[in-house]
Design a protein around this ligand. Sequence first.
Ligand code: HEC
Length: 110
Amino acid sequence: MRGVSVFVAGLALAGCWLLAGCGEKIPEVTPELVTAAQTRWPTAQVTSESLRRGRDILTIHCATCHRAPAPSQHTDDEWAYYLHEMSPRAQLTQNQTDELRIFLLSARTP
Ligand code: HEC
Protein backbone atom coordinates (compact mmCIF):
# COMPACT_ATOMS: atom_id res chain seq x y z
CA MET A 1 0.00 0.00 0.00
CA ARG A 2 2.95 2.33 0.59
CA GLY A 3 3.65 2.48 -3.13
CA VAL A 4 0.10 3.60 -3.78
CA SER A 5 0.21 6.49 -1.31
CA VAL A 6 3.55 7.68 -2.67
CA PHE A 7 1.99 7.65 -6.12
CA VAL A 8 -1.06 9.61 -4.92
CA ALA A 9 1.17 12.18 -3.17
CA GLY A 10 3.15 12.52 -6.39
CA LEU A 11 -0.02 13.18 -8.36
CA ALA A 12 -1.13 15.83 -5.86
CA LEU A 13 2.27 17.56 -6.15
CA ALA A 14 2.16 17.44 -9.93
CA GLY A 15 -1.31 19.02 -9.77
CA CYS A 16 -0.03 21.84 -7.61
CA TRP A 17 2.84 22.50 -9.97
CA LEU A 18 0.85 22.42 -13.17
CA LEU A 19 -2.35 24.10 -12.08
CA ALA A 20 -3.19 26.76 -9.54
CA GLY A 21 -0.33 27.19 -7.12
CA CYS A 22 -1.14 25.47 -3.87
CA GLY A 23 -2.33 27.86 -1.24
CA GLU A 24 -2.40 30.83 -3.60
CA LYS A 25 -5.65 32.69 -3.14
CA ILE A 26 -7.89 34.60 -5.46
CA PRO A 27 -8.42 37.93 -3.64
CA GLU A 28 -11.90 39.24 -2.86
CA VAL A 29 -13.04 42.53 -4.37
CA THR A 30 -12.49 45.13 -1.63
CA PRO A 31 -13.05 48.93 -1.72
CA GLU A 32 -9.23 49.30 -1.81
CA LEU A 33 -9.02 47.08 -4.87
CA VAL A 34 -11.76 49.10 -6.60
CA THR A 35 -9.95 52.40 -5.89
CA ALA A 36 -6.61 51.01 -7.08
CA ALA A 37 -8.14 49.71 -10.31
CA GLN A 38 -10.03 52.97 -10.96
CA THR A 39 -6.78 54.91 -10.49
CA ARG A 40 -4.86 52.64 -12.84
CA TRP A 41 -7.54 52.48 -15.56
CA PRO A 42 -9.26 55.89 -15.26
CA THR A 43 -11.10 55.56 -18.59
CA ALA A 44 -12.23 51.93 -18.23
CA GLN A 45 -15.24 52.70 -15.99
CA VAL A 46 -14.19 50.19 -13.37
CA THR A 47 -16.79 49.50 -10.66
CA SER A 48 -17.01 46.97 -7.84
CA GLU A 49 -19.55 45.13 -10.07
CA SER A 50 -17.19 44.99 -13.07
CA LEU A 51 -14.37 43.72 -10.85
CA ARG A 52 -16.70 41.10 -9.34
CA ARG A 53 -17.68 39.97 -12.82
CA GLY A 54 -13.97 39.69 -13.67
CA ARG A 55 -13.43 37.59 -10.55
CA ASP A 56 -16.44 35.37 -11.38
CA ILE A 57 -15.12 34.80 -14.91
CA LEU A 58 -11.85 33.62 -13.37
CA THR A 59 -13.44 31.33 -10.78
CA ILE A 60 -16.10 29.93 -13.14
CA HIS A 61 -14.99 30.09 -16.80
CA CYS A 62 -11.28 29.65 -16.15
CA ALA A 63 -11.81 26.73 -13.78
CA THR A 64 -13.43 24.23 -16.14
CA CYS A 65 -10.27 22.61 -17.58
CA HIS A 66 -7.93 23.31 -14.65
CA ARG A 67 -8.15 25.06 -11.31
CA ALA A 68 -8.51 28.81 -11.60
CA PRO A 69 -5.02 30.31 -11.51
CA ALA A 70 -4.34 32.90 -8.79
CA PRO A 71 -3.68 36.45 -10.02
CA SER A 72 -0.37 36.53 -8.11
CA GLN A 73 0.95 33.58 -10.13
CA HIS A 74 1.89 35.66 -13.16
CA THR A 75 3.29 39.05 -14.12
CA ASP A 76 1.36 41.60 -16.22
CA ASP A 77 3.18 40.45 -19.36
CA GLU A 78 2.52 36.79 -18.64
CA TRP A 79 -1.17 37.54 -18.09
CA ALA A 80 -1.34 39.35 -21.42
CA TYR A 81 0.05 36.20 -23.04
CA TYR A 82 -2.24 33.79 -21.15
CA LEU A 83 -5.33 35.89 -21.79
CA HIS A 84 -4.53 35.82 -25.48
CA GLU A 85 -4.15 32.02 -25.29
CA MET A 86 -6.96 31.19 -22.88
CA SER A 87 -9.83 33.63 -23.60
CA PRO A 88 -10.76 31.82 -26.83
CA ARG A 89 -10.59 28.48 -25.00
CA ALA A 90 -13.03 29.82 -22.40
CA GLN A 91 -15.07 31.44 -25.21
CA LEU A 92 -15.01 34.84 -23.53
CA THR A 93 -16.30 37.96 -25.25
CA GLN A 94 -13.97 40.97 -25.60
CA ASN A 95 -15.80 42.67 -22.75
CA GLN A 96 -15.44 39.64 -20.47
CA THR A 97 -11.74 39.43 -21.35
CA ASP A 98 -11.27 43.11 -20.46
CA GLU A 99 -13.06 42.72 -17.11
CA LEU A 100 -11.02 39.61 -16.35
CA ARG A 101 -7.77 41.40 -17.30
CA ILE A 102 -8.51 44.35 -15.02
CA PHE A 103 -9.34 42.01 -12.13
CA LEU A 104 -6.19 39.91 -12.66
CA LEU A 105 -3.81 42.85 -12.98
CA SER A 106 -5.23 44.81 -10.06
CA ALA A 107 -5.51 41.77 -7.78
CA ARG A 108 -2.08 40.31 -8.50
CA THR A 109 -0.31 42.73 -6.17
CA PRO A 110 -1.73 43.55 -2.74
C1 HEC B 1 -10.86 24.46 -22.77
C2 HEC B 1 -10.00 24.26 -21.60
C3 HEC B 1 -9.39 25.49 -20.93
C4 HEC B 1 -10.03 26.62 -20.49
C5 HEC B 1 -11.51 26.96 -20.56
C6 HEC B 1 -9.00 27.45 -19.90
N1 HEC B 1 -7.78 26.85 -19.96
FE1 HEC B 1 -6.02 27.55 -19.21
N2 HEC B 1 -5.05 25.88 -19.81
C7 HEC B 1 -5.63 24.83 -20.51
C8 HEC B 1 -4.62 23.83 -20.81
C9 HEC B 1 -4.84 22.51 -21.54
C10 HEC B 1 -3.38 24.32 -20.29
C11 HEC B 1 -2.00 23.66 -20.34
C12 HEC B 1 -1.03 24.40 -21.26
C13 HEC B 1 -1.53 24.59 -22.68
O1 HEC B 1 -2.16 23.68 -23.28
O2 HEC B 1 -1.32 25.69 -23.24
C14 HEC B 1 -3.71 25.60 -19.67
C15 HEC B 1 -2.78 26.40 -19.02
C16 HEC B 1 -3.06 27.61 -18.41
C17 HEC B 1 -2.09 28.43 -17.74
C18 HEC B 1 -0.61 28.08 -17.55
C19 HEC B 1 -0.39 27.13 -16.43
C20 HEC B 1 -0.44 27.80 -15.09
O3 HEC B 1 -1.18 27.34 -14.21
O4 HEC B 1 0.26 28.79 -14.87
C21 HEC B 1 -2.74 29.54 -17.30
C22 HEC B 1 -2.16 30.71 -16.52
C23 HEC B 1 -4.10 29.42 -17.73
N3 HEC B 1 -4.28 28.24 -18.39
C24 HEC B 1 -5.07 30.39 -17.51
C25 HEC B 1 -6.39 30.30 -17.95
C26 HEC B 1 -7.36 31.37 -17.81
C27 HEC B 1 -7.10 32.73 -17.18
C28 HEC B 1 -8.54 30.90 -18.32
C29 HEC B 1 -9.87 31.64 -18.45
C30 HEC B 1 -9.88 32.74 -19.41
C31 HEC B 1 -8.29 29.53 -18.80
N4 HEC B 1 -6.97 29.22 -18.56
C32 HEC B 1 -9.25 28.71 -19.36
C33 HEC B 1 -6.97 24.71 -20.85
C34 HEC B 1 -7.96 25.64 -20.59
